[in-house]
Design a protein around this ligand. Structure first.
Ligand SMILES: CC(C)(COP(=O)(O)OP(=O)(O)OC[C@H]1O[C@@H](n2cnc3c(N)ncnc32)[C@H](O)[C@@H]1OP(=O)(O)O)[C@@H](O)C(=O)NCCC(=O)NCCS
Length: 351
């Protein structure tokens, strides 16, 4: 742990390392993220602290990302943190380091309500920028998902611009018309008789290469506004994530389609954590360009819903994040009944 007094009368900023942090520092960090999450989404239950600690510790093992975390304490009082910050960068080990090394993802920059308006956020941001200038000189901009209005004002005042308007969308299963879902699954299967639908928790070895190619192709075709990154999802990363999810107790389901020539045409994936068993998160959905407009997007989404109904009866809603400008994904989601739950603006801040 390194403790540095930037302005002794104003604040103390401490770097936070999950692998070696004391209980007091854990408490400060988790209280900061709890407060942020409660302010952003007051009804959403928080994950048990021990589970969150375990998730953060295990995430440290990812060779493709390096995470820097900070706590800020007011007036040299290092008992109660006033806020925290987390920024993540790709490491040279990452296959997309070449295209993404200029970007730091500022996942969180948070000051407690009672400590706002005293310049602590600006101090904390300055410290984060100094750290990256020293340790990650390739980083020239932050991308930061902002939910709270004070966060938007903070970014606007510093010349931040909105790169992408996104939203967390939710589909409550109690509102879902299962007849439509069953009709989509059956209708799309009739329209695509040569297509095989696979439901797996680990991508089979024979499809791994092409699944990785289909994923990489489609994820980079989603509208990204003026975000300048390119994503590569290699077979090695797929296996790494599968192993990590197993260790973390995250149940992963992938539903993908394969054509008669062996090509992977479409895919969707979800993650379920029993400690947050009221919800399930749907991540990437993609259909390769050559196969679009034939109902495969609807097919994989419908089949996933039927899978969730059967395997996870405790789930109350599906949560997914989409760009507001993603017309085709929004069209499918709206027809199913997904509704916007939270607006999330992805800010770019040049540093
Ligand atoms: C989103 C995506 C998966 C859809 O795949 P698809 O196989 O073409 O989907 P389907 O054929 O099953 O259905 C597409 C629906 O969207 C509608 N749609 C397509 N483009 C649209 C547009 N520009 N505006 C409005 N609706 C549109 C279609 O009309 C169709 O609905 P309908 O059957 O009621 O007419 C595909 O476009 C894709 O892979 N995009 C890139 C990756 C991406 O952005 N993924 C989402 C991020 S999570």
């Amino acid at each position: 742990m390194s403790v540095e007094k930037l302005k002794p009368m104003n604040a103390t900023i401490v770097k936070f390392y999950p692998l070696t942090a004391t209980e007091e520092l854990w408490d400060g960090f988790l209280r900061g993220t709890d407060e942020h999450n409660r302010e952003a989404d007051p009804e959403e239950p928080l994950l048990p602290r021990e589970k969150r600690k375990a998730l953060m510790v295990s995430a440290e093992a990812n060779p493709d990302r390096r995470v820097y975390r900070f706590l800020i304490f007011p007036e040299g009082d290092i008992r109660e943190a006033a806020g925290c910050a987390t920024v993540s960068v790709e490491t040279p080990h990452s296959p997309s380091y070449g295209t993404n090394k200029h970007v730091g993802t500022l996942l969180l920059l948070f000051i407690s309500q009672k400590h706002r308006g005293k310049g602590l956020g600006a101090l904390l941001l300055k410290r984060v920028i100094e750290e990256l200038a020293a340790k990650e000189p390739a980083v020239s901009e932050f991308l930061s998902p902002v939910i709270l209005e004070p966060g938007e004002r903070f970014m606007n005042r510093r010349g931040g611009t909105v790169s992408l308007e996104t939203a967390e969308n939710r589909l409550y299963l109690s509102d879902l018309d299962w007849v439509t879902v069953e009709a989509w699954a059956a209708g799309s299967a009739r329209r695509n008789p040569a297509t095989t639908v696979m439901t797996v928790s680990s991508i089979p070895r024979e499809d791994l290469e092409d699944y990785s190619a289909a994923y990489t192709e489609t994820i980079n075709q989603q509208p990204l506004g003026d975000v300048s990154i390119a994503i590569k999802y290699t077979p090695e990363q797929i296996r790494f994530d599968e192993q990590k999810n197993l260790e973390q107790g995250l149940a992963e389901t992938t539903i993908y389609t394969r054509e008669s020539d062996g090509k992977v045409s479409g895919l969707t994936e979800t993650l379920y954590l029993k400690e947050a068993g009221h919800r399930i998160t749907q991540m990437m959905t993609g259909v390769r360009e050559a196969y679009r407009g034939c109902g495969l997007g609807k097919l994989v989404k419908a089949r996933m819903l039927l899978h969730i109904r059967k395997e996870y009866p405790g789930v109350k809603y599906i949560v997914t994040s989409n760009a507001e400008s993603n017309a085709s994904m929004q069209a499918i989601n709206r027809q199913l009944g997904f509704k916007k739950h939270l607006s999330v603006k992805l800010y770019k801040l040049k540093i």
